[in-house]
Structure formats: C-alpha cells, structure tokens
Design a protein. Structure first.
Length: 81
C-alpha cells in the first residue's frame, strides 16, 4: 500500500503492469480501487495502471478541508513524478 506525500497530505496509490502510465481517477467519495474489477486488469496488460485515493478520501483522513481541482491535479502530478 504505497503512500507518497503531496503538498500537504499523504496520497495512497497502487500500480499494476508496465508500459505507458495510465492514471485512473474516481469520482469524489469513491475509493480508488473501484477500477480494480474490470478496467485495471485489462489496461495493465500493456500500461502501468495507477489507481489512487483522491485527497482526503478512502484511506486518507477526510478532515474538513475544501480542496480544489488544482489540489487534485497536484496530487496526480505527485503520483506521476
């Protein structure tokens, strides 16, 4: 269960496969592993499939925080880096 530190939070993510990166986004209030049933097994055949928890969702402390789209982009960039 890898974690990285984003700008001010820890970000949980998982990877499967290899190749060009493919980052899955789930809607808010939905765990990142929602993609694991169908999409990740298919895409991980020829991509590095990456799922993650949106900031302050799932395994991350969902403290009262107003996040922006820019925050979510920053999280994605941190994962891809």
């Amino acid at each position: 269960m890898p974690f990285i530190s984003g700008s001010d939070v820890d970000i949980h993510f998982e990877t499967r496969g290899s190749g060009t990166s493919f980052l899955f986004f789930s809607e808010t209030a939905c765990p990142g592993d929602i993609w694991n049933t169908f999409q990740v097994p298919e895409f991980s055949r020829d991509h590095l499939s990456i799922t993650h928890e949106l900031s302050r969702h799932g395994r991350i402390d969902p403290a009262n925080y107003q996040y922006t789209c820019d925050d979510l982009v920053d999280d994605a960039v941190a994962i891809l880096d």
